[in-house]
Design a protein around this ligand. Structure first.
Ligand code: ZN
Ligand code: ZN
Length: 110
């Protein structure tokens, strides 16, 4: 696939106005053209700010590998947000309960 065809592919993290800018990662469930959430934030933030550093760190700002959304309380070992998980697996109610428990553990340990 050439870079030219990526320009029209909403799944790819690129800035159409600035070719070559963006991490070029591909997200199966990303539907908006342009940069994904992390790159959008980084592109508009002051590189010296705390928010920038936090967003740059994959541990403090985990993101969904499906749509690129930043999920601050992603359960350990998870790679997808709730809605992408449903889209890709039509997951059972059991998974949703596990998710809830993981969220509680995350908020208690903070
Ligand atoms: Zn990117
Ligand atoms: Zn997602």
């Amino acid at each position: 696939m050439s870079t030219d065809s990526n320009i029209n592919n909403p799944q790819i993290c690129i800035n159409p106005a600035r070719p070559g800018y963006g991490c070029q990662m591909s997200f199966d469930h990303k539907i908006d053209m342009g940069l994904y959430a992390r790159c959008t934030f980084l592109s508009i933030s002051d590189p010296g700010s705390d928010g920038f550093k936090k967003m740059l760190n994959f541990e403090t700002a985990p993101f969904c590998k499906g749509c690129g959304a930043i999920v601050m309380f992603m359960a350990p070992g998870k790679e997808f947000c709730g809605s992408c998980e449903q889209k890709s697996t039509q997951s059972s109610a059991t998974d949703a309960i596990k998710d809830l428990q993981a969220h509680r553990v995350a908020s208690i340990s903070n």
